[in-house]
Design a binder for this molecule. Structure first.
Ligand code: NAD
Length: 493
């Protein structure tokens, strides 16, 4: 183990970012350029892995799981995870810059879920693994008259394919890597084509600053989504841990069916923020505006449907529109920015398609609805859409941009009905009298709910979706256990 010298990104602008395969950092001949979404300036040319390189990565992960002591050496795993956390902390300033540049993430978020929190969570998963009850004694029984001593063992699943999106690169890469490694699995991580750099930086630190054995973590970046499809279909993979859109989640599940792999899916959402009639309307709507356009609305659990009491609808529109206009969008490297650019021209065009659709469906814009007047980068103004029915596509489908839809409700039951009238079930928020708000929260068919501004995000909190928002839970002990198999052993006594 050595210590990485020089700045990760500066070193790479000449040679291109490396892949990590079987413990080696590999510079590819094939590369693809990525650009800063705020400025359209090139970031550099990232490694564009070939199918043959992916194949080597899967083989290395398989070998490391089957032939090394990683799966059984808990002390080594715990030590390596803590070392990786320290290394990421040491390179924190540079990794923050990288996240702002490649994901267009507002810098303030790097002090939370875009960097600091997922890095700290590595330590939490090391602690969980260290204190976990890996073996449980079920005691003696005599089924069919045969006395037996019974134990239940938890074991790693094997080779994990971790396939991740671009919006929160460190959060999602590390929320998979941490528990997968703590549990004793080996991993092939394939990040999104838009964000190869954060993943490649992680690979470099793993190779140069930790004792993680060769093959235990392999990181394969590429411009082709087909790499993910190959990984999902490969028979040497035991578990697919996927975060991305619901449409791709379906593809992944289909691919996994051939070899009946375990699948663990974190998918899209169209979460509701419910404002009850006794809530502090101004506080709730201002909070909803802030939450809805943070990171340009590119968060799966963002509450993008605002459900307000019909009698106070117009007032709510005015407050929310004012708050959105005040927040505006701006340079993500400025600590005060809440809403930066969207990640790519493709994403901007997709959002604009929804804005056009909303207008065709009878909606109007209380604020925003357009690109701001900027020469460079990919931007959408913070937008509030009014006048849609709950059945309009723009009110039901995930837009993944700084766009809120406001809908009136006729009381608590109607608000619950509207909130749950969705194919998704990822998250939600309720504002109002604590007792009533708690009762509404319990009726929402979603994996997480915030009541009166409470924050559910944390390493120890399981996160995931009901319905078409996913299968399984990430983070928390439940997230750790997604990466475990269960074995029962009975010994004749
Ligand atoms: P995406 O589904 O397009 O891609 C996600 C990943 O899957 C990428 O790495 C991509 O290369 C890969 N991929 C694409 N096609 C594949 C295939 N056929 N088989 C296997 N892998 C394939 O999603 P995105 O645009 O990168 O991210 C945005 C989406 O992610 C949104 O829908 C958002 O809600 C969702 N998301 C969900 C969570 C969550 O935890 N629930 C978190 C963040 C983002």
């Amino acid at each position: 183990m050595s210590t990485t010298s020089g700045r990760l990104l500066n070193d790479w602008t000449v040679r291109g970012s490396p892949l990590l395969i079987d413990g080696e950092l590999i510079t590819c001949d094939e590369r693809f350029e990525t650009i800063d979404p705020a400025t359209e300036e090139p970031i550099g040319r990232a490694a564009d892995a070939t199918p043959a390189q992916l194949d080597r990565a899967i083989a290395a992960a398989r070998r490391a799981f089957d032939e090394s002591g990683w799966a059984t050496d808990l002390a080594l795993r715990v030590r390596c995870l803590r070392r990786l956390r320290e290394s990421l902390v040491r390179h924190g300033d540079e990794l923050r810059d990288l996240t702002v540049r490649e994901a267009g993430a507002p810098r303030f978020l790097t002090h939370g879920p875009q960097f600091d929190d997922p890095v700290a969570a590595l330590g939490w998963f090391a602690d969980v693994a260290e204190s976990y009850a890996w073996t449980r004694d079920l005691g003696r029984a005599a089924p069919m008259g045969m006395p037996s001593d019974r134990h239940v063992l938890r074991e790693p699943v094997g080779v994990v394919a971790a396939i991740t999106p671009w919006n929160f690169p460190h959060q999602i890469n590390l929320a998979k890597l941490g528990p997968a490694l703590a549990a004793g699995n080996t991993v092939v991580l394939k990040p999104a084509p838009d964000t190869p750099w954060c993943a490649a930086a992680l690979g470099r630190l793993i190779a140069e600053e930790t004792d993680i054995p060769p093959g235990v973590v392999n990181i394969v970046t590429g411009s082709d989504h087909g790499l993910g499809a190959r990984l999902a279909a490969d028979p040497r993979v035991d578990l697919i841990s996927f975060t991305g859109s619901t449409a791709t989640g379906r593809e992944v599940m289909r691919a996994a069916a051939t070899t009946l792999k375990k699948v663990f899916l974190e998918l899209g959402g169209k979460s509701a923020c419910v404002v009850l009639d006794d809530a502090d309307l101004a506080g709730a709507c201002s909070y909803a505006a802030f939450a809805g356009i943070t990171h340009a609305g590119q968060g799966c659990a963002i509450t993008s449907r605002l459900l307000v009491p019909r009698a106070r609808h117009d007032e709510a529109v005015e407050i929310t529109a004012r708050a959105l206009a005040r927040l505006g969008c701006g340079d993500p490297s400025d600590e005060r920015t809440v809403c930066g650019p969207v990640v790519s021209a493709r994403q901007r065009d997709r959002i604009e398609g929804y804005l056009k659709l909303a207008a065709e469906e009878g909606g109007s814009f209380a604020t925003g609805g357009h690109r701001p007047d900027r020469d460079r980068g990919f931007w959408i103004e913070p937008t509030l859409i009014t006048g849609l029915s709950g059945t309009a596509r723009a009110a039901r489908e995930e837009i993944f941009g700084p766009v809120l839809v406001i809908l009136p409700h006729d009381g608590d039951d109607d608000a619950v009905r509207l909130a749950n009238d969705s194919p998704y079930g990822l998250s939600g928020a309720v504002h109002g009298d604590p007792e009533r708000a708690r009762a509404v929260a319990r009726r929402l068919r979603t994996g997480t709910v915030s009541v009166n501004g409470g924050v559910w995000y944390g390493a120890d909190v399981p996160f995931g979706g009901y319905k078409q928002s996913g299968i399984g839970r990430e983070m928390g002990v439940a997230g750790f256990e997604e990466y475990l198999e269960t074995k029962a052993i009975a010994e004749g006594a």
